[in-house]
Design a protein around this ligand. Sequence first.
Ligand SMILES: CC(C)(COP(=O)(O)OP(=O)(O)OC[C@H]1O[C@@H](n2cnc3c(N)ncnc32)[C@H](O)[C@@H]1OP(=O)(O)O)[C@@H](O)C(=O)NCCC(=O)NCCS
Length: 172
Amino acid sequence: MNELFDLSRFHRQTMVPMNPQLATLFGDSLALIDPWFRLGYSSASLHRYFSINTAERQTLAVLAGETPAACLTVRPDWLRGPLLELLAVLPQFQGKSLGKEIILWLAEETKRQGQANLWTISSEFNASARAFYRLQGFEEVGELPGLISPNETEVLLRLRLGCRNSPILDTF
Ligand SMILES: CC(C)(COP(=O)(O)OP(=O)(O)OC[C@H]1O[C@@H](n2cnc3c(N)ncnc32)[C@H](O)[C@@H]1OP(=O)(O)O)[C@@H](O)C(=O)NCCC(=O)NCCS
């Protein structure tokens, strides 16, 4: 497990595979905040989601010291590059560059594996996440109406790692 992504290369904080205790904590926390609250996810469904950590969908947590700060799930081999299926920085850790550092780490890992695309999805209503991803160089490439909830649209985003169109890529 986790043979594709080198967690030790995430230097800002500690990145670890999700465990049952962390799955409960992140499930409870995310059920209370958007986009998961608005999309109708229960803490129980998020617990189940975070409890599955396979080679096809890796579920990771970031700890600030010993305090859970962020989590992510990644499908490593999605479409000529990985899909960042979920990214959440807990509210008390937002705005401190942690999300940016996670994207930078994942982009570097993707590039290290010889892949040139990093994908993610965001709810259309999640203007702050869309602004965040745009700043990291992601382009919105398609709309997916009703993907998660019948009345909501998800947006597919692509970061092309061969293109220098974002400050995050200047580090390559
Ligand atoms: C969206 C999210 C991942 C961003 O992570 P973060 O750690 O708070 O963001 P950072 O501190 O790394 O910000 C990086 C850059 O994005 C910008 N940014 C962050 N949130 C922003 C917002 N709401 N609006 C506009 N810009 C924003 C920052 O100003 C910063 O810009 P800079 O590099 O020029 O200084 C985080 O706020 C989050 O988890 N939100 C709730 C869940 C969510 O929406 N997840 C994503 C979709 S599944």
